[in-house]
Design a protein around this ligand. Sequence first.
Ligand code: PRX
Length: 650
Amino acid sequence: MPDQTITSVSRESRVFKPSAEFKAQANLGSEVTYKRLYKESVNSPEKFWAKQANELLEWRKPFKKVLNWKVPHAKWFADGTLNVSENCLDRHLGTPLENKAAIIFEGEPGDIQTLTYKQLHREVCKFANGLQSLGMKKGDRAAIYMPMVPEAAIAMLACARIGVIHTVIFGGYSAESIKDRVNDCEAKLVITSDGGWRRGKIIELKATVDAALKKGVKCVEHVIVHQRTSNKVTMKKKRDIWWHDLMADSSSEHKAKAFAAENPLFVLYTSGSTGKPKGVLHTSAGYLLGTTITSKYVFDLKETDIYWCTADIGWITGHSYVVYGPLSNGATVLMYEGAPNHPEPDRFWDIIDRHGVTIFYTAPTAIRAFMRWGDDYVKKYSLKSLRLLGSVGEPINPEAWMWYHRMIGKKRCPIVDTWWQTETGAIMVTPLPGVTPAKPGSCAVPFFGVVPKILDETGQEVPKGEGGRLFLTQAWPSMLRTLWGDDDRFKKQYWSEIKGIYFAGDGARFDEDGYLWVVGRIDDVLNVSGHRIGTAEVESVLVAHPKVAEAAVVGRPDDLKGSALVCFVTLKSDKAASDDLKQALRVHVAKEIGAFARPDSIRFAPALPKTRSGKIMRRILKDIAAGVEVKGDITTLEDIKVVAALQASD
Ligand code: PRX
């Protein structure tokens, strides 16, 4: 394919049009069709979504009612029934997809395993029977704490098959974080592995689960342990069961039951503006429809694709675009267990060439790391199988976009910069690769049924080109339904900033062409290497340390991570500051939350900047952390001298 056309080269106005070749083969390649469908999707959403739901999903009992919308509670296709696992597996059996690879797995040590749709179906059926033999039934919760191995997807699909609500906990979380999540949703079961490979070392997952369950967890009856690394683990009698033992006794015949469209599918915990993580609840048909339709049109999925999304199943991207969306489309999904730089920083490019990956979806923080490791690692590979690239998780800076376009996409692959959230379930704003000209750094235009608005504090729309807060004003099928056990927080967090419309927590602007530019979070949530971390969560861990009196955590712009975590800490009066204590506090946070939340910098300060009413003025701390002049009004500060002391802190 020839280069995509560059119609203009000045910064921000560079525009990359899809090539004629890409357009011609795209699932959606006509601008006229896109415009017509978009119009219909926002003007007659029920008609649009009814048609898509009938075309893209397999129903046991067809729905009659499309949407029941009592702000902020939505019910989509409520009188219809289906089974999500059946939609991802059984419907491909007896078709030419049956013997096609559903999952190609590559472990970090280099082991490779392929599961066809038929084989994956068999494993899921066996595991579903195994779960049932342990007494798991519709509505029960199961926590999954596993590495990126096919068994993680098998566990998710088996839960979905029998109506068990899964909550996947990212393998980097600590025992304390597991305990909080397991207790919050009262999981009866934990599914884990003995370990997982990361940079040549074993991450001891089972040992971490054991530690979590010793911390005061009463709800867990069983732990299923998949053997991945064969490291020694302790198996507690009656409670712990080996995956392979459970499977050995299970039949591969399993007739999936039909569940109501609104049956809960999973809870996924994400960070919010308080110390307590939020359990985002997604239900069945609407979520599956959102992930299926976006996989089809945004990734332009075809039967011949080898599709690789590098996200871990512990995050929403792994749920929606490693498991549910691609499998429902009958795609071949590549799963890789380990680190991108093991044994060398060329591992991803090697995987792409060896497996013939055609679609590659990753995060800007990874792209920036590759840029830093150097072009030589990329140049050894042809990457000629690639035809589409994607980005997700944080704003992609134009430099990284251009490098991705040139070095990985060889100027021939469209890039889809997809904006969405754990809460939205599926991609909301994105270019369509066969239709939308891309601008480096912008996530472009709304997907079907999505109506984004940028509003000021009074709820007025801001003019194009000006920044404001991002809202979504129309209900969409894959929207979160509530927060587990905390509907009040759900209403307050998302629906009361401006009453009745969804507040995304992001700052953004539209440009003259109606392209969306997301700046980043404007609440107390940081995006560190594409991971959401609540500042309040880190603060509450810090103040729990015996030597700490007070803590305030802010983000500092970072070339690689997007945001770096900077913690301002005041110590109890009889405690002395030292480098050792700094290190101890960093380790403390990593131990309590997870290594990915390890602070980049701890700064000891005699006091924090507060208003007379005692509120910490974070914007001052942000400026100090960034090493820039403190801007804006500081006359409301209770003690103006604090600023100078903070600036002098290290
Ligand atoms: O700030 C936005 C940023 O990531 C947040 C959502 O984080 P999470 O729920 O963990 O989901 C990440 C994967 C979907 C958003 O509020 N974000 C995500 N994608 C983009 C982005 N910011 C800019 N551009 C994006 N493409």
